[in-house]
Design a protein around this ligand. Structure first.
Ligand SMILES: [Zn+2]
Length: 1004
């Protein structure tokens, strides 16, 4: 309407006037160099693409001109943040290399490659003299990073601080739909290299700015493809970015603990290699700029408080300065808790630096569109006094203005306080080394006699990748350790009594691994090896991510927390390179491999494709070696093949002349398909990655493949349907709505980076009812379907798991929590190699009930409906009807929560719903009793989950459907539960109980 258009115009005019007034009050330290010419065309375009004057600042509303250094327009064809332009990583790199050629203030480094082979870079920007001498500077920072090298001398540190400049590391677009950072960082680098404003000169002469413009390079190129498709089909819906990196989507920012992705390792190695003080990661999801590092409680409990104060200093300065510029919607408090150390930026927090993260506003591409905010986004709060507008026309240029302004403000503040932050860096490093004598612990010891060397090695590999020093004892060492509470022996329902800490002497054998806490990177080791406790009454009711991650529990590896500093005096050596390769001993052509639930077992099976491999169904002993049930007997493989396979699988074999006489069955190398949906590939990506890393081959198929293929059994033995992530069964069946246009995901000339992992002409169709039938046929014909989380619920709800139901949640609260389990079926091949109670990861507290009939006739929970009726006697006496002799009822069965209600004759007579005995579901693992259920993280109302089934094998025809309530393969963290899946694969045809000889189908 004309009237509203008029008032809108008037509003914009007022805003412009206000902006001029605001500019007049600006801190003079941001003034420009009036002698330096401005690039008029570029500057004019910045103004044109900025949708409201107040969405820019005096720092970025112009671009200085240079006769020699190219602006981003040289590569982009327009300015950074211009509408409709989203450059590929390659183009971004091309620009940085042009900068490097044109300016001695810029240097480009290759820092590694992605899973798909794309390059990752880091760009250093500083004065020519700083860049020329960056190695000398780094030599000083190296000493500050490890104060042991200067004998912890504060005086020596002070000298080093005076001579040094800090390194501030910026990382862009780890999250592929958050698209603004690369162009913002291109222009930022230009400004830092070219602008002669006094404050910029000060920045580049007092610090090194290091920039990785694209962190998720594979995902960036796919995102640009999708955006190009969108521009080519302007009136159509465009495909969602279903694949980001090769394996995972937004979880690429949850990999900072286990470092399974190339991008995490490349960024960490760059951060550590430069001895940087800050790692600042750029995101886009919150209007207009949320400097989220200050965030909300609870803060991670392993941080140095100096760091959390630094967050406040830099964060509030950021908000204050941008408020002065008149930019709306800048804030630093908010709903992000900093509990988990899984975020990329936390690599710095855990390595004595400063972690930072921005959420700016973004449109998921370079379109300029009107955005409508929700009340929680635009309301004024105590920490957001100048909130974002309820409605705003937002452009990628607006995003680039905010991002650059905020970074420039931060860089200036950091440069001006460089000495303080360098001194803090030294102090934090020193305090990390002093840890044994203040907060403790002194060390963690990983005993040398750990049963699974494989899982222990995998845990140590993570610590090595985290740049943690590992020592190995050269003699046995005896120290006092806390006495473990004996969790299995407690009376059920007995209240947990707080016990005074008791200690006992414990001797660790020579060859035990010691993670000393008197080292610079003790904090990351401590955070990963310790346990977590999130109080159920914590004021924070919506944890941002997982609440528990204790890696020793998840790896099922013992790591003893030792507070007594005496452990540090035990004879030990710093481990140099512990890549010693296990091999075989003994002689003969039969090889025996003890199974200790090692992930390497499955690797070996697929490496020795032509060998005859048997899995023993009983434990045995030979030539003084113990072999648990599930151990391997390998025949028909050459010594060379065995040696090479053992090296790759990192396992040890005993060679003997003849196979031992022990019950065993042969295991082929089962043919595996991994089935994904087109809804989301986020969570299944972790499964795909684990299989790839362990060398387990599989066909990657989608629900659409299964819709059209009925003869799955002739192709596959096992189908893995990993969790989709929050998918409901109707969504899995129906897919996306079929109205509108097709959504292709495939490689074309326009979209060369799509379709690399999988492709389809149309992402919309789901599994369909045909697909369910095809899965059912597959199982009935002897196949194994493995499900977890939402895919387990899908199997239950579509009738693929007769007799299994989902336990109602009630008030139960589990948020990425580690929970203890108890073995129910010790004979299950799933548990081959397991010798101690297993901790599992639960996303949300899913658990299952089983029943002997379809439709579920499980009894109410123990205790309910147990009260006697009104009548004679006391509460424990029977009610006695008068006028006839008393007839006692049969005692009611009291099945445990993990058991099925036994059926009596009345219930089984002529009841077609009764499941034949051999097809009844079997519980393999259940959740532990409530007193011992919580291992790590948040658990509230755990009694609703305690004792219920966690892992169930259901049966259909000749095959099985395996249901995991937990997620056994998750973020490279749950190594201890991986072998549950691998055991299932290797024994896929041994999970069904043998059919009874008599035809007594009904229950008894
Ligand atoms: Zn993000």
């Amino acid at each position: 309407m004309p009237s509203s258009a008029f008032s809108r115009g008037a509003l914009m005019l007022c805003a412009a006037i206000f902006c001029l007034q605001a500019a007049a009050q600006i801190d003079q330290t941001y003034t420009r160099d009036t002698k330096q010419a401005v690039d008029q065309d570029y500057t004019q375009r910045i103004g044109k693409y900025t949708t409201l004057p107040e969405l820019n600042s005096p720092l970025t509303n112009y671009l200085p001109a240079s006769a020699t250094v190219p602006t981003p327009a040289k590569v982009l064809g327009d300015v950074s943040g211009a509408p409709d332009i989203l450059p590929y990583a390659e183009d971004v790199y091309r620009y940085f290399r042009m900068l490097e050629s044109a300016s001695p203030r810029v240097k480009v480094f290759t820092i590694g490659h992605t899973e798909e082979g794309r390059e990752m870079i880091a760009v250093a920007v500083a004065d020519e003299s700083l860049l020329k001498n960056y190695k000398e500077n780094d030599a000083r920072l190296t000493k500050l990073a490890d104060p042991r090298t200067i004998n912890m001398s504060d005086a020596a540190a002070e000298e080093l601080v005076k001579q040094s400049v800090p390194v501030y590391y910026l990382t862009g677009t780890i999250h592929s739909p958050e698209t603004g950072a690369p162009t913002a960082l291109m222009e930022l680098a230009y400004r830092l290299a070219v602008d002669d404003a006094p404050y910029i000169q000060f920045i580049r002469s007092h610090m090194i700015t290091l920039i990785t413009p694209v962190v998720e390079v594979d995902g960036r190129d796919r995102m640009v493809d999708v955006y190009k498709w969108h521009k080519a089909h302007p009136n159509e819906n465009y495909p969602r970015l279903v694949y980001w990196g090769h394996y995972v989507a937004h979880d690429n920012n949850r990999d900072a603990m286990t470092l399974t992705l190339n991008l995490s390792r490349n960024v960490l190695d760059t951060y550590i290699g430069w001895h940087a003080q800050v790692l600042h990661d750029l995101h886009e999801s919150v209007p207009f700029l949320y400097d989220n590092t200050v965030g909300d409680e609870p803060y991670n409990a392993w941080l140095d408080p100096i760091l959390t104060n630094e967050w406040q200093m830099i964060g509030w300065n950021n908000v204050q300065e941008m408020t002065k510029f008149g930019m709306p919607g800048v804030f630093t408090h908010g709903n992000f808790d900093t509990w988990s150390p899984g975020y990329l930026m936390f690599l710095a927090a855990m390595h004595n630096g400063i972690s930072r993260l921005y959420e700016t506003f973004g449109n998921g591409g370079a379109d300029t569109v009107e955005r409508i905010l929700t009340p929680d986004e635009y309301s004024r709060t105590w920490y957001r006094q100048n909130p974002p507008y309820p409605k705003v026309k937002w452009s990628q240029r607006d995003n680039n203005n905010y991002e650059q302004t905020a970074i420039l403000v931060s860089l200036r503040y950091f440069a001006e306080n460089a000495q303080t932050f360098l001194n803090n860096f030294y102090l934090k490093s020193k305090r990390s080394i002093l840890k044994p004598n203040d907060s403790g612990p002194a060390a963690y010891v990983l005993p040398g006699n750990e049963e699974s060397k494989d899982r222990q090695r995998m845990l140590l590999d993570i610590l090595r990748a985290q740049h943690v020093e590992i020592s190995k004892t050269t003699e046995s060492a005896t120290v006092s350790v806390p006495v473990k509470p004996k969790r299995e022996t407690r009376e059920e329902d007995a209240p947990a009594k707080p016990q005074p800490p008791k200690t006992e002497q414990r001797t660790f054998p020579a060859g035990s691994y010691v993670i000393r806490m008197d080292q610079p990177y003790s904090r990351i080791a401590d955070a990963l090896l310790d346990r977590q406790y999130w109080a159920p009454n914590d004021p924070q009711k919506t944890p941002y991510d997982d609440t528990g991650w204790s890696l020793p529990s998840l790896f099922s590896v013992e790591a003893v927390r030792i507070t007594e500093p005496a452990i540090l005096k035990a004879p030990m050596q710093l481990e140099k390179n512990d890549s010693e390769v296990d091999s075989s001993s003994g002689s003969g052509s039969v090889y025996l491999i003890a199974n200790h639930a090692d992930p390497g077992i499955v690797t070996l099976r697929y490496l020795l494709k032509n060998a005859t491999i048997s899995v023993t169904d009983a434990a045995f002993t030979t030539s003084a070696h113990q072999f648990p049930v599930g151990s391997l007997i390998i025949q028909n493989a050459s010594a060379d093949e065995i040696k090479s396979a053992l090296e790759k699988a990192r396992l040890t074999a005993i060679a003997v002349n003849a196979a031992p006489s022990v019950a065993a069955h042969t295991t082929t190398a089962p043919r595996i398909a991994m089935m994904h949906t087109w809804l989301s590939t986020q969570t299944e990506g972790w499964w795909r990655q684990a299989l790839d890393k362990l060398g387990v081959p599989f066909d990657y198929i989608s629900t659409q493949t299964v819709t059209s293929e009925d003869d799955l059994r002739s192709k596959y033995d096992v189908i893995l349907f990993a969790p989709v992530g929050g998918a409901r069964t109707p969504q899995i069946i129906q897919g996306l709505p079929m109205w509108g246009n097709a959504l292709p995901w495939k490689k074309t000339e326009l979209t060369p980076n799509l379709g690399r992992v999988d492709s389809t002409d149309d992402m919309r169709p789901g599994l369909g009812y045909n697909g369910i039938d095809h899965l059912r046929h597959f199982v009935e014909q002897g196949g194994l379907l493995i499900t977890s989380g939402d895919s387990a619920q899908f199997a239950i709800e579509t009738g693929l798991a007769p007799g299994v139901s989902v336990v109602t949640h009630g008030d139960l609260k589990v948020v990425g929590t580690l929970l203890a389990t108890t073995v129910v079926d010790p004979k299950s091949p799933l548990l081959y190699g397991y010798s101690k109670p297993l901790t599992v990861y639960s996303e949300d507290g899913l658990s299952m009930n089983i029943s002997n009939t379809l439709g579920g006739t499980r009894a109410p929970r123990l205790g309910a409906n147990e009260e006697r009726t009104t009548g004679r006697g006391g509460p424990d006496d029977p009610d006695v009807p008068q006028g006839r002799p008393y007839v006692a009822a049969d005692e009611r069965p009291h099945p445990k929560p993990w058991e099925a209600m036994p059926l009596n004759e009345e219930q089984t007579r002529n009841n077609p719903n009764v499941i034949p005995t051999e097809l009844r579901p079997q519980v393999v693992l259940r959740y532990a009793d409530k007193e011992s259920l919580l291992v790590s993280g948040l658990l509230d109302h755990g009694d609703l989950l305690a004792q219920h089934a966690a892992v169930v094998a259901a049966h259909l025809g000749r095959g099985s459907v395996l249901l995991f309530a937990n997620n056994p393969i998750y973020r490279g963290e749950t190594i201890g539960s991986y072998p549950l899946v691998f055991n299932a694969i290797l024994n896929f045809d041994h999970l069904t109980p043998p059919a009874p000889t008599s035809a007594s189908g009904a229950g008894h």
